[in-house]
Design a protein around this ligand. Structure first.
Ligand code: ADP
Ligand code: MG
Length: 627
C-alpha cells in the first residue's frame, strides 16, 4: 500500500487492488438500478445502529449515550448533495482503513467473486448487484465519510475519495458518535438530490428498516417489520394493515401464516392469502406476491425464486439472515440457500393449508373455492410438490349433495374392501354427470365417483395417476374392472335380452356399419338403462385429455375411434337384432346404428355432427309416425 503524507494531518492512501476493480466498474459501467446506493448506505447505517443497540445493552461505556437511534437522510437541491447520517457504532481510523480501503469486510466480496466467475463481465448482470459501500460512487464523484467510534476515547476521522484509486484521511475533532456520509452527486445523477425521489426509493427498498428514517426531517418509513416480532405481540389490526400495505389491497386477508424457524435456516415469514383471486377475475397472470428480505432490508420484491410459480397468490415477506444482501436476481434461482429457503417455506405453507382444512373446514372451503385453481395448477405442473398437494384437492362426488366437497383421502378411506381404484367422471355440470350412462353401473353397485366439471381437472387427475396406492381412473375406461362385474348376477333368459351369440353377432354388425368411427364393439357388462356407450381403450390418454388436445387444435395422432359397448338387455338392441334376423330394411337399421353412435358420442362429451344427426332424427320420426 503506498502511503505519502502531504502534511501532518492529512494522509493519502491507495485502495486495495480489488477495491479499485469494484470502483472501476461501479463508476464506468453500472447504470442500471443506480438507486440501490440508497439501500446500501441505509442498510449500513441500520447495521451500525443495530450493533450500537447491542453494545448499549452489554457495555456501559458509550460515547454520546443519548443520541437518538435514527437514520437521517438530507438532500440539498442546490449543492447537489445527499447526506446519510446515523448515530451507530461508527468507526475508528483503523476500522475505516480496513472497512472502506480493502474488500475484506465488504459486501462487495460476492461481487468480486461473481466478476471472476463471469468471464464475459456481463455489465447488465453486474448491474443487479448491490456493491455495498462502493455503490455510493455510482451516483457520486466525491464521497466524504465522517465518523466517530462509540468508544468514549475515540477521535473523529474524515475519509474522502473520488473513487479514482486513492482516498485521504484526516482528523475530524468535533464529531459526535456515528457516521455521516456525504455524496457529491455526479452531473448525471442530480435526480437523487430530490427529496421526493429519495423518499420513493426509501419506501421501495428500506421501508421496513427497524429505525426511523427521516428525509430532511420527514419520517418516511411508517410500517414496522412486524414479521420479526413475536406472534403474540402483534395485533390482528397490525397484521391487516401490513397486508394491505404490501399487497396494495383494501380488504383484509383471508388467511395468515406467521412463523419463524432457526433450522435449517433462520427464517421469519409472514404470509397471507387475500380474499379475492384477481387472476380469475380476468386481470391477467399475477406477479409473485412474496418479497425477500435479509434482516429487514429488501433483497427482491415480487421474488420468483422464493415460492413455486403456482403459489403466486400468496402475499407477504420472507426474511432470512442467512442470505447475502447483494445476491443478484439472476443467480437467485440457482442459489443453494434460496433453494433451501423455498423448500422450507413451501412445505410450511402446504402444511398450513392442510391444517386449515382439518381444523377450519369452512375457511378451507372458501379458500378452495377461490384459490383451489392454483393448487390444481401445482398438481398438474409441479411434480416436486404433486404428492404433497394431492391431499388438498377437493371434488364433489356421487356420495354427497351438490356443494359438498370430498378429499381424495375421504374417498380412499370409505372404499369397499377390494376396490383399489378411485373413479372420476367429467361433465359440464352435476346434472349432466349424474345422468350420464357411465354412472349407471356405479350407481347400481354403490361405488362412489368423483365429479369434475373443469377441463383442468383432467390435467390434475391424469398427472396424479394414483392416491394412497389406488389408481385414479376415469369412468369411461374400457378395461373398467368392477368387482361385481365378474358375477353373472342376471341369469340369461329369453326375454331378459340377447344371448351371448346374438349379442356378438349384433356387435359384429355394428362394427361393419360404423367402420373406423369406432374401435372394437362388444357386449357391455356395465350398462343398465342406456342402449350403448363409448369407452376409452387408451389407459394413458384419457378421453378428457383428448378432448382438451382437440380443443387446442393439437388433436393430431389421437386415435379417433373409441370402443362401443352395446347393452344386450336394452329393448332397442333386442329389437335391432330381431329385425335383422327378419331381414328388415337394412338401410333404416344402419340409420339407427349411426344414431346410437352419435348419442354415445354426446354422452361421452365428444362431438357428433349435428346436421347428420338431425337428418337422421327426422327420418326416424317419419318412420315412427307411419305406423
Ligand atoms: P457490508 O455492509 O456487506 O459489510 P459494505 O461495503 O456495505 O459491506 O460496508 C463495509 C463495511 O464498512 C461494513 O461492514 C462496516 O463495517 C463499515 N461501515 C459501512 N457503513 C458504516 C456505517 N454507517 N457505520 C459504521 N460502519 C460502517
Ligand atoms: Mg453493507
Amino acid at each position: 500500500m503506498t502511503q505519502s503524507t502531504e502534511n501532518q494531518s492529512v494522509q493519502r492512501k491507495a485502495f486495495q487492488a480489488d477495491v479499485k476493480h469494484v470502483l472501476d466498474i461501479v463508476i464506468h459501467s453500472l447504470y442500471t438500478h443506480r438507486e440501490i446506493f440508497v439501500r446500501e448506505l441505509i442498510s449500513n447505517a441500520a447495521d451500525a445502529l443495530e450493533k450500537l443497540r447491542y453494545e448499549k445493552l452489554n457495555n456501559a461505556e458509550i460515547a454520546d449515550p443519548d443520541l437518538p437511534l435514527e437514520i437521517r437522510v438530507d438532500v440539498d437541491e442546490d449543492a447537489k448533495t445527499v447526506t446519510i447520517s446515523d448515530a451507530g457504532i461508527g468507526m475508528t481510523e483503523d476500522e475505516i482503513v480496513e472497512n472502506l480501503g480493502s474488500i475484506a469486510h465488504s459486501g462487495s466480496r460476492e461481487f468480486i467473486q461473481k466478476l471472476r466467475e463471469n468471464a464475459a463481465n456481463d455489465v447488465q448482470l453486474i448491474g443487479q448487484f448491490g456493491v455495498g459501500f462502493y455503490s455510493a460512487f455510482m451516483a457520486a464523484d466525491e464521497v466524504t465519510v465522517q465518523t466517530r467510534s462509540l468508544r468514549p476515547e475515540a477521535r473523529g476521522v474524515e475519509w474522502r475519495s473520488d473513487g479514482a484509486g486513492e482516498y485521504t484521511l484526516a482528523p475530524a475533532p468535533a464529531l459526535s458518535r456515528g457516521t455521516r456520509i456525504t455524496l457529491h452527486l455526479r452531473e448525471d445523477a442530480h435526480e437523487f438530490a430530490s427529496k421526493d425521489r429519495i423518499k420513493t426509493i426509501i419506501r421501495q427498498y428500506s421501508n421496513f428498516v427497524p429505525f426511523p428514517i427521516l428525509v430532511n426531517g420527514d419520517k418516511v418509513n411508517t410500517v414496522q417489520a412486524i414479521w420479526t416480532r413475536n406472534k403474540s405481540d402483534v395485533k390482528d389490526e397490525e397484521y391487516n394493515e401490513f397486508f394491505k400495505f404490501i399487497a396494495n389491497e383494501f380488504q383484509n386477508p383471508s388467511l395468515r401464516l406467521h412463523f419463524s424457524a432457526d433450522a435449517p435456516l433462520m427464517i421469519h415469514a409472514l404470509l397471507f392469502v387475500p380474499q379475492d383471486n384477481f387472476e380469475r377475475m380476468g386481470f391477467g397472470k399475477m406477479d409473485p406476491g412474496v418479497s425477500l428480505y435479509c434482516r429487514k432490508v429488501l433483497i427482491q420484491e415480487h421474488c420468483k425464486a422464493i415460492l413455486p410459480e403456482w403459489m403466486r397468490f400468496v402475499k407477504g415477506v420472507v426474511d432470512s439472515e442467512d442470505l447475502p444482501l447483494n445476491i443478484s436476481r439472476e443467480t437467485m434461482q440457482n442459489n443453494a440457500l434460496v433453494m433451501k429457503l423455498k423448500k422450507v417455506v413451501t412445505a410450511r405453507l402446504i402444511k398450513f393449508f392442510a391444517e386449515t382444512a382439518e381444523k377450519e373446514p369452512e375457511k378451507y372451503a372458501a379458500f378452495w373455492k377461490t384459490f383451489g385453481i392454483f393448487i390444481k395448477e401445482g398438481v398438474a405442473t409441479d411434480h416436486e410438490y404433486r404428492g404433497d398437494l394431492a391431499p388438498l384437492l377437493r371434488f364433489e362426488s356421487s356420495n354427497g349433495a351438490a356443494g359438498d366437497l370430498v378429499s381424495l383421502a375421504d374417498y380412499a378411506a370409505r372404499t369397499a374392501a377390494g376396490q383399489n381404484k378411485i373413479y372420476y367422471a367429467y361433465g359440464p355440470n352435476r346434472a349432466v354427470v349424474e345422468n350420464s350412462p357411465y354412472m349407471e353401473t356405479f350407481r347400481k353397485h354403490g361405488i362412489e365417483v368423483l365429479f369434475t366439471y373443469e377441463p383442468v381437472d383432467e390435467f390434475v387427475l391424469s398427472a396424479l395417476r394414483e392416491f394412497d396406492g389406488k389408481d385414479i381412473v376415469p369412468v369411461d375406461r374400457a378395461d373398467l374392472d368392477l368387482p361385481e362385474d365378474k358375477k353373472e348376477d342376471e341369469p340369461e333368459s329369453e326375454d331378459a335380452g340377447l344371448n351371448k351369440d346374438e349379442a356378438q353377432t349384433l356387435a359384429g354388425w355394428f362394427k361393419e356399419v360404423l367402420g373406423d368411427r369406432v374401435g372394437a364393439v362388444r357386449e357391455s357388462k356395465r350398462l343398465v338403462d342406456s342402449p350403448a356407450l363409448l369407452v376409452n381403450p387408451d389407459a394413458y390418454f384419457s378421453t378428457g385429455m383428448q378432448r382438451i388436445m382437440k380443443s387446442l387444435n393439437q388433436g393430431e395422432g389421437i386415435k379417433e375411434g373409441k370402443d362401443l359397448e352395446i347393452n344386450p338387455r336394452h329393448p332397442i338392441m333386442v329389437k335391432l337384432a330381431r329385425l335383422r334376423e327378419q331381414g328388415a330394411d337394412e338401410d333404416f337399421l344402419k340409420t339407427a346404428a349411426e344414431q346410437i353412435l352419435d348419442g354415445a358420442l354426446i354422452a361421452a362429451g365428444l362431438e357428433a355432427d349435428p346436421r347428420l344427426m338431425l337428418q337422421r332424427n327426422y327420418r326416424i320420426l317419419e318412420r315412427a309416425l307411419e305406423d
